[in-house]
Design a protein around this ligand. Structure first.
Ligand code: NDP
Length: 458
């Protein structure tokens, strides 16, 4: 008779939790997962996947316009939000089913209810106690709206995916991934979009040139991007919402969407009672192996607030399962993680920003280029693509790669492999470009940008 009901009990059936369950089951472990909302978590239901579908939808507006320059005569385009959302919902339901089948085929027990710990080896779900040798917390994070008067009138990305109709005027508050992505989505679909960010330039943490280029391109596309601006209160006035900014300006809209970050979902899970230490923001504190302060309890994904990206959660989930049931403990590798922002135009990046590289390496070489993509030589659309390479002078290694332009995520994925492999600028230069592409620009950058000091002295 085994000592515990399960070898692994996972709380949360999102990307990280499901991956850990399946890998653990593959190692022969007896596994259960409790999920009270939807299988697939944020990414599948209210994140990456539906977001990307909405981004595709938003791009068609410009595509129809651009088509004329290529000889296509297209009638007046009309956008149907309800149809898009119904199609999107159908695809998400299909994915929920895929996740369920994958778990079942791996022999994982799925418990569709809320779970909490009663001690370090016991999970309680709907009054029933399940004991487990290992427990994995993979409960993700949830959007937060700051407590301003009228906050309850605002929506977050969770509701944006299910709106009954496309709002004609939208205010988006925040300057992170979600905010710029939804500004592009609503703008592309024809809504009037105002994005407010509390600081001088959005996308804090991204390369400064990338931030400035995106702000300019978004403005050219018609998004009203306001910096050093924040909402003080929101009021309903008939069918409209009125947002009063801190400087007294009044904005009127049909929807106010907050994209001001996400909070790890740890409340009410009994974690601290079981001895699991949390950070100030509620995130579960873990070591390099994703082990918490309790020896048999691990945590992966957004609930740990390390790098909050699905592929990172997948890597953490796999490593945890290998650590628990494989031949040797495995640490997830958090270095050189590429990412994309599906703004319009999109951003792709890997490695250090220019500022980080200067601080870490001292002498660096910066190579950049801004150009009109070939497609727009015919359309006349005023949209630029921007690429930037940052090179550590001493080793000649490329330590940062950044792009703003169509397909940036697709392009940077490949270059991330080169960077991970330690590619030097000389090796980039020795690589033949693929013509005509935007990506070839990365292997054609020969002229170093002037040093900021030299530039200032001119
Ligand atoms: P982020 O943490 O990226 O951005 C939050 C934004 O809201 C920041 O601009 C922040 O400003 C601002 N903000 C925070 N608090 C307040 C406040 N009280 N009042 C006004 N503004 C505020 O969060 P997101 O929700 O955009 O995304 C969460 C995470 O999800 C991302 O960090 C990313 O890891 C992941 N994600 C990834 C995507 C992708 O890979 N394409 C897409 C979407 C999400 P400040 O910078 O000044 O603190």
């Amino acid at each position: 008779m085994p000592k515990y009901d399960y070898d692994l009990f996972t709380i949360g059936g999102g990307s990280g939790g499901v991956r850990a369950c399946r890998v653990a089951a593959g190692h022969g472990a007896r596994v259960a997962v409790a999920e009270d909302r939807y299988l697939g978590g944020t990414c599948v239901n209210v994140g990456c996947i539906p977001k990307k579908l909405l981004v595709y939808a938003a791009h068609f507006g410009e595509d129809f316009e651009d088509a004329a320059a290529f000889g296509w005569k297209v009638g007046a385009a009309k956008f149907d939000w309800q149809r898009l959302i119904a199609n999107k919902n159908r695809e998400i339901e299909r994915l929920n089913g895929v996740y369920e089948r994958l778990l079942m085929d791996s022999g994982v027990d799925i418990i569709a209810d809320r779970a909490h710990l009663s001690d370090a080896h016991t999970v309680v779900v709907n009054g029933k106690r399940h004991t487990a040798r290992y427990i994995l917390v993979a409960t993700g994070a949830w959007p937060v709206v700051p407590p301003i008067p009228g906050a309850e009138l605002a929506i977050t990305s969770n509701q944006a995916f299910f709106l009954e109709s496309l709002p004609g005027r939208v205010i988006i508050v925040g300057g992170g991934y979600v905010a710029v992505e939804f500004a592009g989505i609503f703008n592309g679909m024809g809504a009037e979009v105002t994005q407010l960010y509390r600081g001088p330039l959005f996308l804090r943490g991204f390369d400064d040139d990338v931030r400035a280029v995106l702000a300019e391109e978004m403005r050219k596309k018609g998004v009203k991007v306001l910096f050093d601006a924040d909402v003080a209160r929101i009021e309903r006035r008939g069918a409209e919402l009125r947002a009063e900014l801190r400087d007294g300006t009044e904005l009127v809209a049909d929807a106010v969407m907050y994209a001001t970050g996400r909070k790890p979902t740890t409340a009410g899970l009994g974690l601290e009672e079981a001895g699991v230490k949390l950070a100030e923001d509620g995130a579960v504190l873990v070591d390099a192996w994703s082990r918490t302060s309790v020896e048999n309890i691990f945590a992966v994904g957004d609930v740990t607030n390390r790098i909050n990206l699905t592929p990172v959660a997948l890597a953490e989930g796999r490593a945890v399962a290998d650590t628990m049931f494989g031949d040797e403990p495995k640490k997830p590798d958090h270095t050189g993680v590429p990412s994309a922002v599906f703004s319009q135009p999109s951003i792709g990046k890997v490695g250090l920003t220019e500022a980080q590289a200067r601080e870490r390496h001292g002498a660096i070489g910066v190579y950049l280029s801004t150009f009109t993509p070939l497609k727009h030589t015919l359309t006349g659309r005023d949209e630029k693509t921007f690429v930037k390479l940052i090179v550590d002078q001493a080793s000649d290694r490329v330590v940062g790669i950044h792009m703003v332009g169509p397909g940036a995520g697709e392009i940077i994925q490949g270059f991330a492999v080169a960077m991970k492999a330690g590619a030097t600028k000389a090796q980039f230069d020795a690589t033949i470009g693929i013509h005509p592409t935007a990506a070839e620009e990365f292997v054609s950058l020969r002229e170093k940008a002037p040093e900021p000091a030299a530039e200032a002295a001119e």
